[in-house]
Design a protein around this ligand. Structure first.
Ligand SMILES: Nc1ncnc2c1ncn2[C@@H]1O[C@H](COP(=O)(O)OP(=O)(O)OP(=O)(O)O)[C@@H](O)[C@H]1O
Ligand SMILES: [Mg+2]
Length: 312
């Protein structure tokens, strides 16, 4: 067109410049759009959290420290997200104050669920859970959870430092108390090897620590809390023999003088408990000491023992 004198060379250059500018701007818009979508996604999550209903709570009773006897009386429970699958229908058991009780049973039997109910993460559909003969529905959540400590199946740490993660057990603890808890939990052994010691950042959800190390931090947390009732949900993933021993020793210190519920996958760790409850499909099928249960010839516990023995 320039050759045929329809447009001038100036107009051609003008046209080319506009094309470049407009093209680049349109290209940039897609990036803005992606960012907009991300922001919408993030906002949805925040709105979800803001809209989470508050847990209903009762007035605090005049008990500061519970003694720690536990009774599950005719409990029925179904997870709200799976109403068609009842977990418990008539669950009954009793644990005396100071007793150490192990929950044993196949995967999916309902062991972790018992602990979640005790912590009132869910409400039961029928029946009563009593602690010190008081219905947990009439104990305030703060008092209830203040008297219970859990070392969960999968330890979740916060993205801060090791110290902050231990402090979570008792927010007003002094530095000496933290150090003592970490030592008793056999955690100082690895913490002191980090250049920053207790101020080491654990990374998002604690990814910079191994499973055994995370567990020992959870144990230190529980030691600091000094609860009446201790809940241990043994990790399914096996630790190596060395850290297993350290974790086991730390747990034994922690269990002294308190009611303890241990969910055990490795049966070798629960030989010395006062009572073993064997759970299968939401029912207690056997209960007694290790000696009593291992003598039941066709018992489930005996069966599990034999299986583990063969595996080893
Ligand atoms: N949040 C949940 N929502 C719905 N169903 C669940 C939930 N958590 C667990 N369940 C179901 O409840 C049943 C009992 O689960 P639970 O976690 O108590 O088993 P478990 O005995 O602790 O098993 P494991 O030995 O593998 O830890 C399982 O069938 C499981 O699928
Ligand atoms: Mg479990």
């Amino acid at each position: 067109m320039v050759e045929q004198k329809i447009i001038t060379i100036g107009k051609l250059i003008e046209f080319l410049m506009y094309t470049v500018f407009i093209g680049a701007s349109i290209g940039g818009m897609s990036d803005t759009f992606v960012r907009l979508l991300k922001a919408i996604g993030a906002t949805e999550r925040i709105v979800d959290i803001l809209n989470t209903p508050q847990e209903t709570d009762t007035q605090p009773l005049n008990i500061q420290k519970l003694k720690g006897s536990i009774q599950f009386s005719d409990i029925a429970f179904t997870y709200p997200s799976r109403l068609d699958m009842p977990i418990f229908e008539h669950l009954n058991f009793e644990i005396k104050s100071g007793e150490k009780v192990a929950l044993v049973g196949p995967s999916g039997a309902g062991k972790s669920t018992i602990i979640q109910l005790l912590l009132k993460f869910y409400n039961v559909n029928a029946g009563k859970i009593l602690i010190d003969d008081t219905d947990i529905n009439s104990i305030s959540l703060k008092q209830l959870r203040g008297n219970l400590a859990i070392v969960p199946q999968e330890v979740l740490l916060f993205g801060g430092t090791i110290k902050e993660n231990i402090l979570y057990g008792k927010l007003n603890a002094t530095d000496d108390e933290i150090l003592m808890a970490a030592t008793k939990a056999n955690a100082m052994e690895f913490i002191s090897k980090f250049p920053e010691g207790l101020d080491t950042i654990v990374g998002e959800r604690g990814i910079k620590l191994s499973g055994g190390q995370r567990q020992r931090i959870a144990i230190a947390r529980a030691i600091l809390k000094d609860p009446a009732i201790l809940l241990l949900d043994e990790a399914t993933s096996a630790l190596d023999a060395e850290s297993e021993k350290l974790v086991q020793q730390a747990l034994e210190t922690l269990m002294e003088n308190r009611t303890t519920i241990i969910i055990a996958h490795r049966l070798s760790t629960i030989r010395n408990v006062d009572k073993i409850l064997v759970i299968n499909q939401g029912k207690i099928v056997e209960q007694g000491s290790h000696y009593e249960l291992s003598n039941l010839e066709h018992g489930l516990y005996n069966n599990l023992l034999t299986l583990q023995y063969q595996l080893n």
